[in-house]
Design a protein around this ligand. Structure first.
Ligand code: AQP
Length: 338
């Protein structure tokens, strides 16, 4: 393996709102796992981001630990990655203030996710929801990350991060690495099983529209088998809206197996949606079974999870402080050392 110092840096995270879905797995976590071998990788649970919508405190603590357990359960090795909780590293919020002072209101109001979330009936439109992308920029820039593995919906936020980094570098001299997103070629946007024209979201999708990684296998199977398709019967990948349901199921199938879409289409030639859905349900159940088992085992070993988190936060904090102290110096804050 390459010398750690020469390795490129990867940062990504997931917020502990709702249960992690197969969308998170296919769009983001599968890449986290692949990248851990060749990069200096930091993966956090973005608990501060979760506060942009009201959370029940006890539940938030539980979900935060559960995501760390799921990170490990899908294959992230705590020895190879810094696994930590965002609020355990103080630099995220500190850098966020500095970057917020460089970010235009116009830029933030153009963010699609803000527009979507704030236009929902009864939405709680708070300042945190609006400035969320600035905190996300500081998550990434705090470690001078080269790459950010994310699903399609986060691409715009990484682009804003690049703009903020360039603005800072231009004003105060070269400081930040300009990060690039890593987005999967297929599966960057897994759709809701009941409404295949909308993203499968952790909290936005209804229960029957999503599959959580730690769902009960009987429920998983039922939800796949009752996924919305169309009145046709051919298992083919098509970009038309009418075929959005079957396209989504084919995308899930290809991402959870070693079979390409044309191979799958061929396998199901002359067979109906029923056969296809039944097989896919079995594939998803078998893929998730060991993840749930490992997750449940880890959630019964809180001492171990805490030791992983302490170690991860301590490594991350050291890396963060190097960048943050440079930023403070460049913008003109008096430094006496910490
Ligand atoms: N449906 C999806 N398909 C592909 N990738 C997805 N991701 C989320 N949903 C899908 C990717 O998973 C990572 C973590 O996402 P996040 O939870 O931190 O933020 P989000 O994108 O706001 O996810 P949700 O599910 O929409 O959260 P809720 O519903 O709680 O607000 C990101 O890389 C994301 O792209």
């Amino acid at each position: 393996m390459e010398d750690k110092a020469a390795q490129k840096i990867i940062l990504s995270g997931i917020k502990p709102t709702g249960q992690l879905t197969i969308g998170n797995l296919i769009g983001a976590m599968n890449n986290f796992v692949k990248l851990q071998h060749d990069y200096d990788t930091l993966y956090m649970v973005a608990d501060l981001h979760a506060l942009t919508v009201p959370q029940e405190p006890k539940e938030l603590r539980h979900k935060t630990l559960s995501i760390i357990a799921q990170y490990i359960a899908v294959g992230l090795d705590p020895e190879k990655n810094d696994l930590f909780i965002q609020s355990h590293v103080t630099g995220h919020t500190e850098l966020s203030w500095i970057l917020g002072c460089l970010t235009g209101l116009g830029d933030l109001s153009r963010m699609t996710q803000f527009k979507d979330k704030s236009s929902k009936p009864g939405a709680n439109i708070n300042a945190g929801l609006f400035t969320y992308p600035v905190l996300m920029a500081s998550d990434i820039l705090l470690y001078n990350a080269d790459y950010v593995p994310v699903g399609e919906d986060q691409k715009q936020h990484v682009e804003l991060t690049r703009d903020i980094a360039m603005k800072f570098n231009f004003r105060y001299s070269d400081t930040f690495t300009i990060p690039e997103p890593i987005i999967p070629k297929t599966g960057a946007r897994i759709m809701d099983l009941q409404n295949p024209l909308s993203k499968m979201g952790k909290s936005d999708s209804g229960e029957s529209g999503r599959i959580a990684l730690i769902d009960d296998p009987v429920m998983v199977s039922k939800r796949i088998r009752s996924a919305v398709t169309d009145s046709g019967s051919e298992i083919i990948y098509s970009d038309s809206d009418e075929k959005a349901g079957i396209r989504n199921l084919l995308t899930i199938y290809t991402n959870l197996t070693d079979k390409s879409v044309p191979e799958i289409e061929k396998m199901y030639e002359g067979r109906g949606y029923g056969d296809f859905k039944k097989d896919l349900a079995d594939i998803v159940v078998e893929k998730l079974r060991p993840i749930k088992e490992k997750h449940d085992e880890l959630m019964n070993n809180k001492d171990y999870l805490e030791s992983v988190l302490k170690n991860g936060a301590s490594n991350a904090q050291k890396k963060a402080w190097k960048v943050l102290s440079k930023v403070y110096r460049k913008v003109g804050l008096v430094q006496t050392g910490r």
